[in-house]
Design a protein around this ligand. Structure first.
Ligand SMILES: Cc1cc2nc3c(=O)[nH]c(=O)nc-3n(C[C@H](O)[C@H](O)[C@H](O)COP(=O)(O)OP(=O)(O)OC[C@H]3O[C@@H](n4cnc5c(N)ncnc54)[C@H](O)[C@@H]3O)c2cc1C
Length: 491
């Protein structure tokens, strides 16, 4: 095929294992495009750190693409206006991109792009980039299909393509030029940094993964820290999965008991790669969960009671609950927090403070460098008790502190005024607040509407044969999975 092709990069900022780029091979001429979209900048979840990370990734991507002869065109504005303008200078006939399971605004934009392509006679070819399956009819067999995708050979970057001449690439803007404030300090971005993070995790940092992931202190280095790389696509899920499986096989094959133990730790990590796509699949199948309750029986439960003062205290780390405040301040400063502490923050907002999940979810989405809509909104609802199918889990901040910050070092680091009069008193009476939250939620779950909703949701979104425990299964004993109480949350 010799039709000119435009490869549209979104959250897939790499050249290795990039199906749309590989598909451009054989096209007459090939250009690449990244658009800093107005809707992205205007979306409530967008934070300067996301732009700063993407811009750093684009710097490396531009160099890698130039090396194979492809210009990376950087534009700002709205699709499809950008496509219309580009057509004038570069009459591409193919638009190649990855499928995206994103926020509502990306879905609406994709509909516009689809219309534009049909009218302009451009063939838009989309390729899957994770284990998420488009137009999925049911969850049976999902895990096997995931596995099959992940085992497909990694696609090498094309060695050489022919780029069109004379197209202005467009400079990478600064945050100031984009009208954004400054970003907090970032981890290294880009494809090379992603590879380094993966290697350091598989070689050394992940050796006691299961025992490190619960405490915010040990998780900082003991977790893979690959989430931002997955969110911006500097590494493909397939590469991570295959490299992990290869490492596990080598450790098992070594015959050494210690190494076998390390393989067991890495198995825990490998399972979580399924979860990534399992949760994204929920948003793919039901995009509305970004905005409304999974279980409609929960509508009206918290909406009217939203207390702005409590919300402000929560998001600024000023609730008077030291573990909650330490986690929030640490997240606000660094852009990352481990799973358990994310879950605790949300549980505290939902049950202790009785806040609806949407506003807290927006705040966290801005703080998480790894914001991934499918995981994020599913988890926000799960930890707030609005999925209708998951076990309600109310975290006690004091217990989390005792279990995961026993020396108090983490709290002292982030809440240095704790124990002085400068630190606020608890903003709610914990016992009262939790009692009331339980009464309301358990009461609701007993209603006929909630029960019939739950079985419909379980049917559509619950995991079957996915390797994840299902709702209603007996709790695993702590230690069996290293962080059993994390896994028991999942349906
Ligand atoms: C309220 C809430 C919101 C969250 N929002 C996001 C988000 O926006 N983006 C995001 O990537 N993760 C999110 N998570 C899941 C999880 O906390 C992060 O994936 C993890 O902390 C990222 O760090 P890591 O890469 O070092 O994780 P690791 O423990 O090293 O795990 C490796 C990878 O497995 C996947 N994974 C791990 N745990 C989970 C999980 N519970 N659910 C789904 N996938 C998982 C992620 O892709 C992660 O990068 C959220 C969790 C909660 C409770």
């Amino acid at each position: 095929m010799d039709s000119p092709a435009l490869v549209w990069f979104k959250r897939d900022l790499r050249v290795r294992d990039h199906a749309p780029l590989a598909a451009a091979l054989g096209s007459g001429s090939v250009a690449a495009l990244f658009v800093i979209e107005d809707e992205w900048l205007a979306s409530p979840e967008c934070d300067p750190q996301h732009l700063a990370f993407a811009l750093q990734c684009l710097q490396e991507l531009r160099v890698s693409l130039r090396a194979i002869g492809v210009p990376l065109l950087l534009r700002r504005g709205q699709l499809p206006d950008v496509l219309t303008q580009l057509q004038r200078d570069f009459p591409f006939r193919r638009l190649l991109s990855h499928e995206e399971t994103g926020s509502g605004w990306t879905y609406a934009r994709d509909l516009r792009v689809g219309r534009w392509c049909r009218e302009a006679g451009v063939a838009w070819e989309e390729f899957p980039q994770t284990g998420v399956i488009r137009r999925l009819e049911g969850r049976n067999g999902w895990a096997a299909r995931w596995e099959q995708r992940m085992r497909q050979p990694v696609i090498a970057a094309p060695r050489s393509l022919r780029g069109p001449q004379g197209l202005g690439e467009g400079d990478l803007p600064t945050l100031q030029e984009l009208g954004l404030g400054s970003a907090r300090p970032l981890p290294s971005a880009g494809e090379t940094a992603g590879k380094d993070v993966l290697e350091s995790f598989l070689d050394t940092r992940g050796r006691s993964y299961r025992s490190s992931i619960s405490s915010p202190v040990t998780a900082w280095t003991g977790c893979s820290r690959l989430s931002a790389h997955l969110a911006f696509g500097t590494l493909s899920m397939r590469c991570i999965y295959q490299q992990t499986r290869a490492r596990i096989a080598a450790l098992r094959g070594s015959g050494d008991t210690h190494e076998r133990r390390v393989a067991w730790h890495l198995e825990g990590f490998s399972a979580r790669l399924h979860w990534h796509c399992h949760f994204m699949q929920k948003l793919e199948d039901e995009p509305a969960i970004e905005f409304r309750n999974f279980s409609r029986a929960c509508d009206g439960l918290r909406e009217e009671d939203f207390d702005q003062g409590r919300f402000e205290a929560w998001r600024n780390g000023m609730t008077g609950f030291p573990m909650v405040d330490a986690c929030m301040r640490s997240l606000n400063a660094t852009g990352w927090l481990n799973f358990r502490m994310r879950a605790m923050l949300v549980s505290f907002a939902a049950y202790h403070l009785w806040l609806h999940w949407r506003e807290p979810g927006i705040h966290l989405a801005r703080q998480f460098l790894d914001f991934e809509p499918g995981i994020h909104w599913s988890q926000m609802q799960m930890q707030s008790g609005t999925t209708g199918i998951n076990t309600l889990r109310i975290y006690s901040p004091a217990k989390q502190a005792a279990d995961h910050d026993p020396t108090g070092a983490f709290v002292r680091q982030w809440v240095p005024e704790y124990g002085t009069s400068a630190y606020p008193r608890p903003i709610v009476d914990e016992r009262e607040a939790v009692k009331r939250a339980k009464e309301r939620l358990y009461g609701l779950r007993k209603t006929d509407t909630a029960r019939s909703e739950a079985s419909a949701i379980q049917k559509k979104h619950g995991s079957r044969k996915s390797g994840l425990p299902q709702t209603g299964k007996p709790r695993r004993k702590r230690g069996a999975m290293g962080d059993a109480r994390q896994t028991e949350l999942f349906d």
